[in-house]
Design a binder for this molecule. Sequence first.
Ligand code: FES
Length: 117
Amino acid sequence: MPMPDKFVFVCINQRDPEHPRPSCINSGSADLFNTLREEQGRRVATGVKIVAGGCLEACMVGPVMVVYPDNVWYGGVIEADVPEIMDHLEGGPPVERLRIGDAEFDLRPEQMSSGGF
Ligand code: FES
């Protein structure tokens, strides 16, 4: 098997539900991870490695994942987004509507009640 061209790290971090910061697994990231793996298998996308990982620090907009070497970050991902993300992983453009950046990293729990992602 050749070395992957791209890596996707999917946050499956879990915190106590009472913690002020949410955690991606409580937003469905485990199912999202499994759906990505299933879609990868259907497409036989051998150039992609999908990895379950810990907190990626953009917790307020989970589920969060990052694609390397593209350095493309996605937040608020749901299972229905998986085909578009797989298109990106297979060489298509990033899914712009799901991209997150510095602004989302800086969000704090107190900011979420006044709107946000
Ligand atoms: S818990 Fe997923 S990014 Fe922090």
